[in-house]
Design a protein around this ligand. Structure first.
Ligand code: 6GU
Length: 253
């Protein structure tokens, strides 16, 4: 997978995603990551990336031009054989539309669709992703329409910008790529894979400050352990996320 992130503060994404497990995946070539500074794609003297909204109102709006230019830069890199993209002036050398490699475009904005693990799984199947980090009061609507962007929010709260959201979305996708986690069970057991929250886990020591690890986990009886974990999963989900349990009942795994 190749992932391009367009941002006003690309260093945030570079720093976060080049660390830890995602960083290793990138170093090992399991994914390619390019974080773009949108300011470098501006075409005005002052390199402004935003302006006042038509119709008035508070805050600023991100200009459409740098975003589309950044996307088109990536499009040319993905289609080196297609010269003259995207203006189509060299129609001789521009291949038919359907043979162009086009990244799937994600726009991160608090007004997007709530992000879920199912989205992460779906997006991890894409060969190319282009992720736009929203800022200020929003982004010129025409960017979203032109690039056919999928608008995503990571939750019902407001961040100062889309960079942290991009890190969240990118991390959740990259860890699903083949060979990134040591064993696929690592994610098949965890929360949200089966629609329930994870059961409690314990490691050494067997007793800490008088608190003992539940007897069943020391029993070696795998069937009993499986049942106990299932029960604890259900209990915890009932307690903190009854909404998940509703969906779980409707679609038993
Ligand atoms: Cl994607 N962006 C911002 N700025 N705030 C958010 C968000 C995104 N998702 C939740 N809050």
């Amino acid at each position: 997978m190749r992932m391009d992130i367009a941002a006003l503060f690309p260093d945030i994404c570079t720093a976060v995603l080049n660390a830890s497990i995602t960083g290793r995946a990138i170093k090992e070539g399991k994914a390619q990551l390019f974080c773009h500074q949108l300011r470098e794609y501006t075409e005005n003297r002052q390199k402004q990336t935003d302006g006042y909204p038509y119709g008035g109102g508070p805050g600023k709006v991100m200009f459409v031009q740098p975003i589309v230019s950044c996307y088109e830069h990536v499009l040319e890199e993905l289609n080196p054989q297609a010269q003259g993209l995207p203006s189509g002036e060299n129609s001789e050398t521009v291949p038919p539309d359907n043979s162009l490699v086009r990244p799937h475009v994600i726009l991160l904005t608090p007004s997007g669709k709530p992000y879920t693990q199912a989205d992460a799984v779906r997006l991890s199947q894409k060969e190319n992703l282009f992720i736009i980090c929203g800022h200020y009061e929003g982004i010129d609507e025409r960017a979203s329409i032109l690039l056919e962007a999928e608008e995503i929010s990571i939750g019902d709260y407001v961040l100062t910008g889309g960079e942290l959201a991009a890190c969240v979305v990118a991390d959740s996708i990259l860890r699903l790529l083949p060979g990134v986690l040591s064993s696929p069970e690592n994610y098949e057991e965890e929360s949200f894979w089966n629609g329930l929250l994870e059961y409690p886990q314990y490691a050494r020591p067997a007793e800490y400050r008088g608190m003992k690890v539940p007897e069943v986990l020391l029993s070696g009886d795998h069937e009993k352990i499986r049942k106990w974990r299932q029960e604890k999963s259900l209990e915890k989900t009932q307690r903190v996320r009854p909404d998940l349990l509703e969906n779980h009942k409707k679609a038993p795994s």
